[in-house]
Design a protein around this ligand. Structure first.
Ligand SMILES: [Fe+2]
Length: 313
């Protein structure tokens, strides 16, 4: 039987400006910062030693998501599953395991060429991280680190990869028209109670730098911490690209701004929890119930989701 992915356990980013990222992560997001092996940085949210792994490099993009499995034996079983799907996988090296604080890991690629990892966590005696800036703490637990949204050139293939290879389950769809005549469908997938750990959007044909990732999301325990994070963003000089608003599917109240690498992050609160016994996948025709407008743009003055935010400018 194919092992079930438990959660999105970590995200790896390759960043060109490490000092800026260190300040952004600690002073805006309120994450904990630690030194990892081989010049990497680890960002912490909770008891896990590394929820984000930063390495220096020119890409300024996602390097890999880490999908957590229950044991090293499950990682080996997942290799068999990948083989049965016609996919090659490569075991992590000792150095890679050390950077991730993982007992076992293997990596493989999706139809877009994105690297994915499945891993078993190594035992850790580290005390849980508590954020001075995010007083309510981060919502992780069974729901994992947060969520990740890919922009896909091969949308149908990437959707099939999510369902058949990763084995995540469809939560729902949102249908959008980010520019006149440009119609896209975004698919949301869950691996646990979090409404989505992964979403896939077709790459919108709008000019702008190409990134593997559209955004990642982290969730605070109280709404007040979203407002405080927004204040810190503005004080840090980061433009808020989509101001506070609420999504119709996961009900998340959130805002979006750019990371120092030019892709977006979402900082939210209040996401619904999925119970597979009762959940029915629906389709929505809008990305926001309210809000999510560009910073300073009032209702009626602009689109709820600016085209520039669909393709990262
Ligand atoms: Fe999101």
């Amino acid at each position: 039987m194919t092992p079930k992915i438990q959660e999105l356990g970590y995200l790896g980013f390759e960043v060109s400006n490490m000092p800026r990222w260190e300040r952004f992560a600690t002073e805006v997001l309120g994450l904990g910062l630690g030194q990892g092996p081989q010049g990497t940085r680890r960002l912490r949210m909770d008891v896990a030693p590394a929820r984000f792994i930063l390495s220096e490099g020119p890409a300024d993009d996602l390097a890999f998501p880490g999908w957590k499995l229950g044991s090293a034996a499950e990682v080996d079983a997942f290799a068999q599953h990948l083989h049965s799907q016609g996919l090659k996988s490569t075991p992590g090296t000792a150095d890679e395991l050390a950077v991730r604080h993982a007992e076992h890991m293997l990596h493989f690629t999706d139809p877009e060429g994105n690297r994915h990892e499945v891993y078993a966590a190594a035992p850790s005696k580290e005390a849980a991280f508590r954020s001075d800036l995010v007083a309510s703490g981060f919502v992780t637990g069974a729901g994992g680190a947060g969520h990740l949204v890919f922009e896909a050139d091969c949308y149908p293939d990437t959707i099939a990869f999510a369902r058949k290879v990763l084995g995540v389950m469809l939560s729902d769809h949102i249908h959008l028209e980010p520019a006149p005549g440009v119609k896209i469908e975004v698919s949301f997938f869950h691996a646990n109670e979090r409404h989505h750990s992964l979403a896939v959007a077709p790459r919108a044909p709008i000019p702008g730098p190409r990134k593997r990732i559209h955004h990642f999301m982290i969730e605070a325990g109280q709404m007040a911490d979203v407002g405080s994070a927004r204040d810190r963003c503005l004080a840090f000089g980061l433009p808020v690209v989509m101001d506070i608003g609420q999504h119709p599917n996961d009900q998340m109240i959130s805002f979006y701004a750019y990371t120092p690498s030019g892709f977006l992050f979402e900082f939210g609160w209040g996401g619904v929890k999925v119970d597979d016994a009762f959940w029915k996948a629906e389709a929505y025709g809008r990305v926001s119930n309210w809000g999510h407008r560009p910073y300073g743009v009032m209702p009626g003055e602009g689109p709820a989701m600016p085209a520039a935010a669909v393709e990262v400018a």
